[in-house]
Design a protein around this ligand. Structure first.
Ligand code: FAD
Length: 503
C-alpha cells in the first residue's frame, strides 16, 4: 500500500459540485489540506462541452442566475443575461402547432399565463400564489440551520409539507384548470426536473418554474469557459487535485477514513464529501460495516433518474434563426416521459407517436452560425443497450430514426430546410454517454435521488457516518452550486451565510 496523501478534507468527484465545494473550502480555510479526487483527467463531470467546427457546443442553460456564487468564488464569467422569453412551449398536435411564450419576471410571467388562458385566471392566481409560497418556504428551509428555524418549521412550512410529497400531477389536479393546454404547459415544467409529472415531487417543478420566471439566464460563452475558470481558480488556491484517480473503497481506520484508490494507493482523511452517484457510493464503495441496516434499506430504495439522447449540430443558414435571446425550449406532448419509458421498457417502438418531450436550445455562435442542441430526457438506457447488442447496423439505424424524427420537429418550427444546412453534428446516445463518462449503469443523471425521497425519506447531505457527507441534488448547475454552498456553510457553522448570497 502506498500512502498518497493525508488530508483534512477530501472531496470526492470533480464535477461541478465537487470542484465548487473544494474551492470554497480552500477559500475559507487556506491552511487546511484539501484534496479533490477525480477519476477523469479533468474537472466538469457531466457538465461538458463538445468541440464542433471550432465552437464549443453544450446543453447547459442555467436557471436561476448563478452569478452570486461565481462572484463569491472570484470567478469572472460575466456571460449571462436575463432572457426576455426564457421558456417557449410548442405543442404538436396532428400537424398543428400551438406556441406559448413565457417571459421572465414573476409578474409578467403570471400576466402572460392569464392572457393565454383567461378562462382560468382565478385558478392561475391561486396556483401561482401557492407555488411562490412553497418555493419561498423551501429556500428558507435550505438556507438556514438555526434552532429557531427548526422550531418555527411546523408553523411556517405547512403548505410545503402538505404538497412537497405529492406528485406534481395530483398537485395540479386540485386547481381544476379548464383549458387542457394550461395543464400541459404547467406539466412541462416537470420536464426540467427530467421526469414525468406523475413521478415527480411537487417541489421540483415548482422550483424550476419560479426560478425560470424569476431569472432565466444562459451562459453567453460556452460552458467550457466556466470550467476553465474554475480550474484556474483551483490552481490559484492550490487545491490539491488528483486526476485520473478512481476511489474504489472507503473504510475507517483509527478515526480516519481510508480511501483506497484503483491503483492500490491510499489517502487518509478526516472528513469526506462525496459528490458521486449515491447508490454507487453507498452500495459499492463504502465499507458495509459502517452502514446501519436502515440506512442501507434507504439507499436500496433510492430511485435515480434516467439517461438522455442528445443531438448537437452547427448550422449555417442564410436567414436568422429564432433564437431571440440565445435560447428556446420546446416541449411537446402530454406526459410523454412516462409514455416513452413505458414503450422503451416494453421494447416496443418509442417513436411511433407524434407526441414527444424534448428540449431544444438555439444559440448564435457567430453571424448566421448557430449551434442547435436537442436533448431528450429521460431515455431508457436498457432499451439502447439491447439495440447496441444487436450490432452496429441495428444501432446506427436506430440513431438515424431518432435523428430523423427530431430533425423533422425542428424543421416544423424553425426552418423546413434545416437538414441541408447542417455543417457539423454529433449524436450522443445513452450508450455513448456511459462510455464517455464511464458511468456505472449508463445513468447520466446520476446526480440525485428523486421525488419519492422527499420529506422524511429525503436523503440529506449528512450521513449516519460522522465526517462523511454526501452532496447530491437534482436541480442541475444551480443545484450543484447551491448545495455546495449550503454544505460548506454548514461545515463552517454559518460563516458563508453572512455574505447573504441570494437564492
Ligand atoms: C446532457 C446533460 C445536460 C444537462 N443540461 C443542464 C442544463 O442545461 N442546465 C442545468 O442546470 N443542468 C444541466 N445538466 C445537469 C448538470 O450538468 C448536473 O446537475 C451537474 O453538472 C452535476 O454535477 P455534479 O458535480 O453533481 O455531478 P457529476 O458531474 O456527475 O460529477 C461527479 C464526478 O465524480 C467523478 N467520480 C465518480 N465516481 C468516482 C470515483 N469512484 N472516484 C473518483 N471520481 C469519481 C465523476 O467522474 C464526475 O466527474 C445536464 C446534465 C446532462 C448530463
Amino acid at each position: 500500500m502506498v500512502l498518497l496523501d493525508n488530508a483534512d478534507y477530501l472531496v470526492l468527484g470533480g464535477g461541478l459540485s465537487g470542484a465548487v465545494t473544494a474551492l470554497l473550502l480552500k477559500q475559507k480555510m487556506p491552511s487546511a489540506n484539501i484534496v479533490l479526487l477525480e477519476k477523469q483527467s479533468h474537472i466538469g463531470g457531466v457538465a461538458s462541452s463538445h468541440l464542433l467546427q471550432n465552437h464549443y457546443v453544450d446543453s447547459v442553460y442555467m436557471y436561476p442566475d448563478i452569478s452570486c456564487f461565481l462572484k463569491y468564488l472570484k470567478i469572472n464569467f460575466p456571460t449571462k443575461r436575463n432572457l426576455k422569453n426564457i421558456y417557449s412551449i410548442h405543442f404538436f398536435d396532428q400537424g398543428q402547432i400551438t406556441s406559448i411564450q413565457l417571459p421572465t419576471g414573476i409578474q409578467q410571467f403570471e400576466e402572460k399565463l392569464i392572457q393565454y388562458f383567461p378562462e382560468d385566471q382565478f385558478s392561475i392566481k391561486k396556483f401561482w400564489q401557492d407555488c411562490q409560497n412553497i418555493n419561498h418556504q423551501f429556500l428558507r428551509l435550505k438556507s438556514k440551520f438555526s434552532f429557531l428555524d427548526l422550531l418555527k418549521f411546523p408553523f411556517t412550512m405547512t403548505k410545503m409539507i402538505r404538497f412537497a410529497n405529492k406528485d406534481y400531477q395530483s398537485f395540479l389536479n386540485q386547481y381544476h384548470f379548464k383549458n387542457p393546454l394550461l395543464l400541459k404547459t404547467l406539466q412541462s415544467f416537470a420536464g426540467i426536473g427530467q421526469l414525468s409529472p406523475d413521478r415527480l415531487n411537487t417541489l421540483i417543478p415548482i422550483i424550476a418554474m419560479i426560478n425560470l420566471a424569476e431569472k432565466g439566464c444562459v451562459p453567453l460563452q460556452s460552458f467550457q469557459e466556466l470550467l476553465n475558470q474554475l480550474d484556474s481558480r483551483l490552481k490559484e488556491e492550490q487545491v490539491k487535485c488528483y486526476f485520473s484517480q478512481k476511489l474504489q473503497s472507503l473504510s475507517k481506520e483509527k478515526h480516519k477514513f481510508k480511501m483506497s484508490l484503483k491503483d492500490g494507493k491510499s489517502i487518509y482523511v478526516n472528513q469526506v464529501i462525496s459528490t458521486i452517484d449515491t447508490k454507487n457510493m453507498f452500495q459499492k464503495i463504502v465499507d458495509p460495516d459502517l452502514l446501519s441496516s436502515s440506512f442501507t434499506t434507504k439507499i436500496n430504495q433510492l430511485e435515480m433518474t434516467q439517461s438522455c439522447f442528445i443531438i448537437k449540430a452547427i448550422v449555417q443558414p442564410e436567414m436568422d434563426y429564432p433564437c431571440d435571446n440565445g435560447q428556446i425550449l420546446f416541449y411537446g406532448g402530454n406526459n410523454t416521459f412516462a409514455f416513452l419509458l413505458e414503450k422503451a421498457e416494453n421494447h416496443t417502438d418509442p417513436l411511433h407517436s407524434d407526441i414527444f418531450h424534448f428540449a431544444l436550445s438555439v444559440r448564435e455562435m457567430e453571424e448566421r452560425v448557430y449551434a442547435i442542441e436537442i436533448l431528450v430526457v429521460p431515455v431508457s438506457f436498457s432499451y439502447w443497450l439491447k439495440i447496441a447488442k444487436l450490432g452496429r447496423n441495428a444501432y446506427f439505424s436506430e440513431i438515424a430514426r431518432w435523428e430523423d424524427f427530431l430533425y423533422r420537429k425542428i424543421a416544423k418550427v424553425i426552418d423546413p430546410d434545416f437538414n441541408q444546412k447542417i455543417i457539423s453534428k454529433k449524436i450522443i446516445t445513452p450508450i455513448e454517454f456511459q462510455g464517455m463518462y464511464k458511468l456505472s449503469e449508463g445513468n447520466c443523471y446520476d446526480m440525485a435521488q428523486i421525488n419519492r425521497q422527499s420529506g422524511n425519506n429525503r436523503f440529506g447531505f449528512t450521513t449516519p457516518i460522522p465526517g462523511l457527507y454526501h452532496n447530491k441534488m437534482i436541480l442541475g448547475v444551480y443545484g450543484a452550486f447551491l448545495q455546495s454552498f449550503i454544505l460548506v456553510d454548514y461545515l463552517l457553522k454559518g460563516k458563508i451565510n453572512q455574505y447573504q448570497y441570494h437564492f
